[in-house]
Design a protein around this ligand. Structure first.
Ligand code: SF4
Ligand code: SF4
Ligand code: SF4
Length: 167
């Protein structure tokens, strides 16, 4: 079984990519605890029926919304024997939200509603009567990633909302 390597402070904060907190599988522990617990066994990656989990080059699993939607089936948690993924009472699957970038076709006056059509939470709102980029309703967005891969201009992404403070 692979042995986890000690990570730098930057890796702990950003998963190795400056400015980009890593998107972990759903129900992952807080970042520091996750990195300590995960044995890099890749069981979650192999179990995910949606194939939205990938093993990053640092050896740890990540959620990749470009690959598709997390349906919150919980199979990855069931597969994880290390405790790195755990459904705890009252805890949400994760703290992450969709973001609409500059490439949104609506910003160029093109009518497009692909993301709104696929969003299972009705979390993308367009202003009535205007061609404008959609607004993400933070109270509704589950961070599932369904909107990301359907965007014809790759304008959507999912961003982690919390980072663990490291002294
Ligand atoms: S909850 Fe299900 S769909 Fe989502 S990452 Fe885990 S196994 Fe994949
Ligand atoms: S199943 Fe658990 S221990 Fe194995 S790679 Fe996934 S998160 Fe890490
Ligand atoms: S991440 Fe999921 S819930 Fe959030 S806006 Fe996209 S499709 Fe809707």
């Amino acid at each position: 079984m692979p042995v986890a390597r000690p990570l730098s402070r930057r890796q702990l904060l950003f998963g190795g990519q400056p400015g980009t907190p890593a998107l972990r599988p759903p129900w992952a522990l807080d970042e520091r605890a996750f990195l300590a617990a995960c044995t890099q066994c890749r069981a979650c990656v192999e179990r995910c029926p949606q194939q939205v989990l990938v093993l990053h080059r640092d050896g740890y699993p990540r959620f990749d919304p470009v690959a598709g939607e997390c349906t919150f089936c919980g199979d990855c948690v069931d597969a994880c024997q290390s405790g790195a993924l755990q459904m705890r009472n009252g805890q949400p699957a994760w703290q992450q939200i969709a973001e609409v970038g500059e490439a949104c076709l609506c910003r160029s006056g093109v009518v497009c509603g692909s993301c709104r059509e696929i969003c299972p939470e009705s979390a993308l709102h367009f202003e009535r009567g205007r061609i404008a980029a959609p607004r993400v309703d933070a109270d509704r967005c589950s961070g599932c990633g369904a909107c990301v891969s359907v965007c014809p201009s790759a304008a959507l992404s999912v961003r982690a909302q919390v980072q663990e403070a490291i002294a």
